[in-house]
Design a protein around this ligand. Structure first.
Ligand SMILES: Nc1nc2c(ncn2[C@@H]2O[C@H](COP(=O)(O)OP(=O)(O)OP(=O)(O)O)[C@@H](O)[C@H]2O)c(=O)[nH]1
Ligand SMILES: [Mg+2]
Ligand SMILES: [Zn+2]
Length: 307
């Protein structure tokens, strides 16, 4: 039988089969060994083959994983070589950022977008909590919107807790498998509930001060709705360490850099000290935002864990 992994707690998985039935699943030992360098051999979004357990109802063992169409993977910290697959087989990755409480850095957003580019996953940026911006902060919001629109991404703004900006996102994701990623407390679960009240995803207390690292959502989980829309709500990510991406090549994963790269004098230009660097000239001319260029430099230096 075939199913989709909708939740992973480490030792147990939840599957949804093709008839819409849910199963509790375990993995057979040999699958575990196949991907020893990841902390999770089976990830949310995986299509798996399974065998029902004859002894216990609604329980099964996963016997094989189908080839993945794509995946989002990160390194959880610099010292560890452990890789974590966040989700697989994604149609659209939504980076949920917030302008306040907590404010998401462009460095963090950019690492996530670079990962999506490298793995050919379309990405959308949803900037939430715009209600928390003082009047003066609107300029910051417009600036961010400009940076990412210019880079070719779809950008949406909203107030998930009031349902503002939510319909546009709901229309955009209909029928797709969508990953929601971002720091803890930015409002991923609130956004999910605002679109689909039946999701009843747990949301952090209003009064909580959202220290980074206090997660309300503890395990990635795919919520499946009418029209086969699947939303993968994930626990907040503190750091996003890039995996399987050559820092030297990361310039190509900034879409708005691409038109300038062929004009650098050296075709292995790192855009740092080389003469006649077209990318640096573009930054100086204001054609490429400085924030994005700094993100590139920081990835190049190997500071791949960033919050
Ligand atoms: N002011 C304001 N508060 C919001 C908004 N969206 C969500 N919140 C609040 O922010 C807090 C955190 O929201 P969650 O949805 O739990 O955040 P999360 O991203 O799912 O967090 P983790 O599950 O820990 O990763 C809750 O108290 C929400 O009510 C918003 O647009 N404006
Ligand atoms: Mg959550
Ligand atoms: Zn260059």
């Amino acid at each position: 039988m075939i199913g989709t992994v909708i939740k992973s707690t480490g030792s147990w998985y939840k599957l949804l089969d093709e008839d819409g039935k849910r199963w509790d699943a375990r993995i057979r030992g040999k699958i575990r060994l196949q991907e020893a360098d990841t902390s999770n051999p089976v990830a949310v979004g995986d299509r798996v083959h399974f065998l029902p357990d004859p002894q216990f109802p609604d329980t099964c063992s996963i016997t094989a994983i189908e080839d993945r169409r794509n995946w989002v993977i990160r390194k959880s910290n610099k010292l560890s070589s452990r890789r974590q697959i966040i989700a697989t087989n994604i149609d659209l990755a939504v980076m949920v950022a917030s302008v306040a409480a907590p404010r998401t850095s462009t460095g963090f957003i950019d690492r996530f977008l670079v990962c999506c580019e490298a793995f050919h996953i379309p990405a959308l940026l949803f900037i939430n909590k715009t209600d928390l911006l003082p009047e003066a902060g609107l300029e910051l919001l417009h600036h961010l919107n400009g940076i990412y629109t210019n880079a070719g991404y779809e950008v949406m703004n909203g107030v998930a807790s009031e349902g503002t900006g939510v319909e546009a996102l709901k229309t955009r994701i209909y029928g797709k498998t969508v990953l929601f990623a971002g720091h803890s407390g930015v409002g991923k679960s609130t956004l999910l509930n605002a679109m689909f009240p039946l999701a009843e995803a747990r949301v952090g207390k209003i009064s909580a001060s959202h220290e980074k690292g206090t997660h309300t959502t503890t395990f990635a989980e795919m919520h499946v709705f009418e029209g086969h829309t699947g939303i993968i709500d994930t626990p907040g990510i503190r750091d996003f360490g890039l995996v399987d991406i050559e820092p030297k090549e990361s310039g190509q994963y900034f879409p708005e850099f691409r038109p300038f790269l062929p004009a650098c004098r050296f075709n292995d230009c790192t855009h740092t000290n080389e003469p006649d660097c077209a990318l640096q000239a573009a930054v100086r001319a204001g054609k490429v935002p400085e924030e994005r260029f700094y993100s590139y430099l920081s990835i190049l230096q190997g500071d791949d864990v960033f919050s």
